[in-house]
Design a protein around this ligand. Structure first.
Ligand SMILES: [Zn+2]
Length: 181
C-alpha cells in the first residue's frame, strides 16, 4: 500500500537540515524535534507561504503537493506511527530518543542538560525528588526529564522502526512512491 510520495525520484535520504511541516502536522513536528530534527512548524503557516518554501515541505495537502515545484513529501496515511517511519526514511533521522540530541518539542530550540538545583521551583516537587538530570529549553524555558511517559515514547519508536523495515520505494512518472509491504 502506498503511504507517501515525493515529487521527485531522488536518492534517499534527502539532505535538508530544516524541513518545513504544514499546519496539520503539529504532532509530527513535536516528535521530529524530540528526535533532534530541526522541524520548522507553525499552526498558522498559510498555503501561500508554504508554496514558496525552498526547504523540503512535508504536507498532508494533495493540492499543495500538486502545485509545488521544489522537494515535497505528501503523507497519504493518517497513521501517526507511519508518519515517523516515512520521515525517517526520507530525512535519515534515527528513530531513537537521545535527550542530549533532542530539540524542544514545543518551540524547536536547543535543550541543555542541567542538574536538580537549576530547575528547583520549575518542576513538581515529586519529580524533583525522583530525578537528578533534567533538560531545559534555551528558547521557551520548559523543563524535560526522563519520566514514566518515556516507556510509551519508546514503544511508539519501536513500532515505527518495525514499519521502516517494511518500506520500499518505486519511481513512477517522476514521483517516488513510498510503499508499505
Ligand atoms: Zn522550548
Amino acid at each position: 500500500m502506498e503511504i507517501a510520495r515525493l515529487n521527485n525520484c531522488v536518492t534517499l535520504p534527502v539532505t535538508d537540515e530544516e524541513p518545513v511541516l504544514d499546519s496539520m502536522l503539529g504532532w509530527l513536528a513535536r516528535w521530529l524535534r524530540m528526535l533532534g530534527v530541526h522541524a520548522i512548524y507553525s499552526p498558522s503557516f498559510s498555503d501561500e507561504y508554504l508554496l514558496t518554501v525552498s526547504h523540503l515541505l512535508i504536507t498532508r495537502d494533495r493540492e499543495l503537493f500538486r502545485k509545488r515545484a521544489v522537494a515535497t513529501l505528501l503523507l497519504e496515511t493518517s497513521t501517526h506511527t507511519e508518519w515517523l517511519s516515512v520521515s525517517s526514511l526520507v530525512l535519515g533521522n534515527q528513530l531513537v530518543l537521545d535527550m542530549d540530541r533532542s530539540l524542544c518539542p514545543i518551540c524547536g530550540s536547543r535543550l541543555i542538560r542541567v542538574g536538580r538545583d537549576a530547575v528547583a521551583g520549575r518542576v513538581p516537587g515529586s519529580v524533583l525528588l525522583r530525578h537528578d538530570t533534567f533538560w531545559a529549553c534555551t528558547g521557551c524555558g520548559k523543563v524535560y526529564w526522563v519520566g514514566s511517559h518515556h516507556a510509551r515514547i519508546r514503544r511508539e519508536l519501536e513500532s515505527a522502526r518495525a514499519i521502516l523495515g517494511r518500506l520500499r520505494t518505486s519511481c513512477v512518472d517522476g514521483n517516488l512512491l513510498i510503499i508499505r509491504e
